[in-house]
Structures are given as structure tokens and as C-alpha cells.
Design a protein around this ligand. Sequence first.
Ligand code: ASC
Length: 156
Amino acid sequence: MTRRLMSARMVAAAIVSLAAAAPAMAQPFAKPEDAIKYRKAAFTVLARHFGVVAAMANNRLPYDAKAAAENADIANVVARLPYAGFVPGSERGGDTKADPKIWSEMPKFNAAAQKMQDEMGKLAAAAKSGNMDQLKSAVGATGAACKACHDDYRMQ
Ligand code: ASC
């Protein structure tokens, strides 16, 4: 094998490992509608998995510690996803209730997003503990973080 070929391989390997390490949102969206669809889909999945945990904490579903922990783990990961869809220019261009003020006060919006993600992390830990009181309290705090952002940034 020549020196040249070896180094081409090393470059290829480096590119592959860089791509694997890149954040999930590295690819831009082709059009605003795609970004809007993406963030709504992520919120739909998030609501589903958080909803299962909340329903158990509120006795609307039978408590199953393993299912609660699994759903809370999924919610905790999915909570990181929607915000990649709030790209500049996606204030409109699709079916969205996102308030345009999100884009004029992005630091405040990001702080609200971070708060929800932090609470979702604590929810996953609480669900793992198997302690119902901890779970109830974490569901309350997480739901409050969801609601705070809806009150400020989701239009009716
Ligand atoms: C949910 C869900 C939300 C939040 C919010 C809390 O289960 O889908 O968006 O809780 O309603 O107020």
C-alpha cells in the first residue's frame, strides 16, 4: 500500500468518525415547512412518552416501574430534538402555532427549553428510582416547565 493511499484512508476514517460525533441537527432543513414538521413531530413523540409517565403518576394508568423508566428515558432523549427545528425563517411557511416572538427573544426561549430539558433529566432519574413520590413530584415540575413555555410561546 502506498503512503498516499494510506493517508486517503485515514482521512476517510476521520470523516466517518467526525460525522458520527456531529450533533443530530447538523443537516439544515431544505425549507421552512420541513423544519416546522420536524419540530412538531419531535414534540408529538415527546408528549406521548411524557404522557405515559404522567398518566402513571396521576393514577390514570397502572404504575409499572419498568415502563415508567423506559418512557421517561425516551422522553429525556427526545426533549433534546425539537429545538433544531426553530431555525431562522421558520416563523412561518407551514402549519405552526409557534409565536414569532420566539425568534426575537431566542435567549429567553432557549432558557425555557433548557429548563424543560433539565426537568426531563430529573424525571428520568426519578422514574429509575422506582419511588412514586419522587415520580409524582418530577412529573409536576416537568409539566410546569412544558406549560410555562406553551403559555409564553405557543399561540392558540
Ligand atoms: C403533557 C403534554 C404537555 C404537557 C403540558 C403540561 O402531558 O402533552 O404539553 O403535559 O400539558 O401543562
